[in-house]
Write a protein that binds this ligand. Sequence first.
Ligand code: BDR
Ligand code: CA
Length: 311
Amino acid sequence: VRKIIIDTDPGQDDAVAILLALASPEDIEVLGITAVAGNVPLPLTQKNARIVCELAGRPDIAVYAGCEAPIARRLITAEHVHGKTGLDGPVLPDPVMALADGHGVNFIIDTLRREPAGTVTLCPLGPLTNIATAFNKAPDIIEMVQEIVLMGGAYFEVGNITPTAEFNIYVDPEAAKIVFGSGVPITVMPLDVTHKVLVTKERNDAFRALGTPVGIAVAEMTDFFERFDKEKYGSLGAPLHDPCVIAYLIRPELFTGRHINVEVETASELTLGMTVADWWRVTDRAPNAMFMGDVDAQGFFDLLTERLARL
Ligand code: BDR
Ligand code: CA
């Protein structure tokens, strides 16, 4: 069983990732959830994380509020994709469970110091602000991290918030640079993978057909979330970006990629937040990330639907 901390900015796809993790106790133990500002501001992301835990029947999960702004920049949000609340679509009750005491960054630090070294995996699903801030504040924890499995970046798919940048990296490129330079083993789920896991009509129907509050809420979330990609790009359905991180922990064989060097652009205004991925290994820069490129999409949806049915 993999012990993880989910660092997140829910977000409908973040919510589905949290649900998948909580539905998979034989594979994953969620030590806690840290919210970060991203898709919407922190007061909403931390609230949405609690809403999702309660939807999963897990008000016992500790949800912490982390950083409210990127390390060196003003926050950029994505209400145009996720709606005003960040979790538009289903009508879910306000959470009853309280926010955990303390700052999310301190929770990350304390957990890594407490657990045996090399036994905790970090799963960032939003901008990397909390993780980079923890590494800056407590460099001793860096070598204790087992692995970072994150959603962010792109190579062939290039960008979704600017022509060259993916949202999570773009919002806090300085944080991303710290994380990619940390030396921790990193597995990346870029847009190249996540734009292949699309919630088609049949897949959405399968969620709804579960007939449970979770199945119906996930169908309503993806209904809302797909409007953006469908209307703008004529895509077949909502890309389930963040659940790829959790699916990888459960079924790594669903994904293929290359161990390569990835650098983050932090200077150029034109290409800010671009993940410069040396896919063809044309430089001698040392590989620092397992950069995924492909996924068995049907295998992913079979896993997701089967696990969501348990909640
Ligand atoms: C990423 O940005 C957010 O909008 C999603 O939740 C996902 O983490 C995709 O670029
Ligand atoms: Ca996210």
